[in-house]
Design a protein around this ligand. Sequence first.
Ligand code: G3I
Length: 333
Amino acid sequence: MSLDAWSRVMSDEPTLRTAADERGFNLGAAVDPNALRNDPSYWKTLRSSFNAVTPENALKMGPLRPSPNTYDFTDADAVVNFGVANDMYVRGHTLVWHNQTPHWFQAWDYTDDQLREFLRDHIHTVAGRYRAKIDTWDVVNEAVADDGTMRETVWYDALGEEYLDLAFQWASEVAPDADLYYNDYGADAINEKSDAIYDLLERLLERGVPVDGVGLQLHALGDHPDPESVAANIERFQALGLEVEITEMDVSFPADDVPDDPLEVQADYYRSIVETCLEVGCETVVTWGVNDANSWVANFKDFPERFTTEPLLFGGRYEEKPAYHAVRDALEN
Ligand code: G3I
């Protein structure tokens, strides 16, 4: 951590979190429980600079369920309890997803009715446990394919589109005070996929499904969605009566097409999105990691191309990057 950051942390000098708190804005980070436990700079930076947390992996079905009859909440509790203890806004991610299912989970072991009961039990168990601690849930993650069709996941194949209705209903039964969100990537601006998500949410609302909001992940790795189109996209979901949050933001560049002065370009883009959110009444931006050394981007193997791997507000040694100052400036002015 840089000396000026340390001095800010050790004193009561205003920090990035101060700026967010004073603006009534949720500025968050995705959290790794091991870094939280083992690296004081990590949790000091998290606590002093952010007022919102999301467990990056610990609340997903696979990490939670080491065997068919056991749940292990150790890592999820570490992140959620850190957020609660430090008066932070806590986002739960995610109750229903087609990725990171348990290693022992094989769909063919279950009938459709058994999958329905499996999913109900999972949602009731997990969302029920955190009833008093998690403010907002990503109930269903990435149910729409990149071409705008419904993604053919184990849940969709077994239950059809109604799996979303059921998931939100079951979550609302055990976490009545939490805001319940649909979350997805590649749908930040107005495009074929966000059109399809808009239509899906319209259908859910028409069916009386208790959905409160839409999470736009905003993984701006190669493409940086145009802020004006992001604004228009946010506003059309708001016009449906839904809240909108930016849930997983990071900003990077194609490794073979890095602009001159990338840190300044990155800072300008973070600033433009925070300013856009402030303008249209989106009150939450979560960055997908505390600092560059803990970003998923460097380790992810399934990218179609290579991206630069310093996508966050803090550098590998927790140094405040231009993006940090740009976000703080946007919140303070
Ligand atoms: O915990 C195991 C460890 O025991 C093992 O030794 C190691 C090597 O196999 O793997 C570790 O699990 C990894 C896990 O991250 C925790 O680090 C998984 O392999 C790896 O696939 C997993 O990647 C996560 C990815 O979701 C999975 O699709 C990333 O950390 C996480 O940032 C990323 O987050 C997703 C959001 O949930 C949804 N939106 C997209 C976003 C980026 O893909």
